[in-house]
Design a protein around this ligand. Sequence first.
Ligand SMILES: NC(=O)c1ccc[n+]([C@@H]2O[C@H](COP(=O)([O-])OP(=O)(O)OC[C@H]3O[C@@H](n4cnc5c(N)ncnc54)[C@H](O)[C@@H]3O)[C@@H](O)[C@H]2O)c1
Length: 413
Amino acid sequence: MKTVVDSRLFRRGGALRYLKDEDRFLSAREEPEFSYGVIGCGIMGQEHIHNTLLLGKARVAGVYDPAPESVRHAMRVFERRGDEAPTVYASLAEACNDPATDALIVATPNYTHLDVLREVVGSGKAIFLEKPIATTVADAYEVCRLANAHEHVVRFGLQYRYKAIYAEAIDEVFRRGSIGQVHNLTMAEHRFPFLDKVGQWNKFNAKTGGALVEKCCHYFDLMNLFSGGQPKRVFALGNQAVNFTNFSYGNQRADGLDHANVTIEYTTGVIGGFSLCMFAPGTREELTICGDAGRLHVSEQAMVGEENVNHVEVWSGENGTSRTSAPTYPSYIASAGHHGSTFFEHVDLAGDLAAGQNSGPGPAAGFWSVVAGAAAQASIERGEAVDVAEILPDDFDPVQLVEPGIAAAGDLG
Ligand SMILES: NC(=O)c1ccc[n+]([C@@H]2O[C@H](COP(=O)([O-])OP(=O)(O)OC[C@H]3O[C@@H](n4cnc5c(N)ncnc54)[C@H](O)[C@@H]3O)[C@@H](O)[C@H]2O)c1
């Protein structure tokens, strides 16, 4: 737990930039303990750079991206903060071989994750790999095997667990036991269409794994977590109704679905429902969890151009206090990306490097979040429910899916 005097608010400099180092106490910058290389400098790579520098536990010593525009924009993040410019590596091999870094952050498109991971495991460095860990169940399993065999920390980018509303939900369900035994989950993501990407990779199922894998792995990860088990049977309906119906790139038509409803039966008997709509004029996420002792509802919403609003509601009946709250993070953290969740993911990444062990999300979270999405995509294609056991690799062994426990919002180190 950090004291208020030790707040990053004072360290940001701003109006205090005129001070000499010897005159700084509250605004003194922490000496970074670690050093990262960032592989892939698109929108998410830049968010990782920004959060690394904001947190101050690590510096970014080098970046690699074959797209010069992405590198140019990443450099601006350093300039804006007055931080030292990193080395620009000419190749992934150069990034892997740089003795100046302790960890590599991989934020390349989904379809590249397995190949990039195969190369970066040879670096002997800790690894952070963005979600979804791969585009298919077979590749996700291979990613887990590589992660399991790697002798250094490997974390996956399922940072929605750290969003204020879900961090509170984790506390209510697992730490406070506010709603008793969980039986039913309903999750919704209603949002605007996928944004433009380098090479528009996110418009094509072959490159994303399908919308239910690409974006929705975050929500399936949360549903899996609250179910206390793994998806067993999945039924889904979905199609491409509105978005990118007239969009082609390189003579290929966009084929990602833009709305879907998914029902999941879990190994614990929990029943989960998920609603996706990607043609909404804003973003609205909600999760309702019903247990045998109460009901929890959390939501996060912003119409396009409006402020985000968080809401948590606990109904306890005669079991205790019912309450509502509006959990937030400081604005400079919330605005650092994904409503502050990326910042807290970085708190735990640095904490894991200090401890030399992964606190999660790890292989089980990464794998089952892809499996739920892939099963839903398969169900839509087949028009019938899918038994998850059917889509697991022939050599599937749960031993490869060691999970380090619940990662919720950490303290500020
Ligand atoms: N955790 C989250 O909330 C979140 C949010 C957005 C994106 N993502 C994930 O982050 C990853 C990157 O997405 P993005 O939105 O930044 O995409 P993007 O298109 O904005 O950026 C991807 C970058 O990777 C580069 N690249 C492609 N192949 C590469 C390779 N082999 N080596 C190095 N760089 C390579 C591209 O040139 C591009 O600059 C994806 O896996 C995506 O799903 C996660």
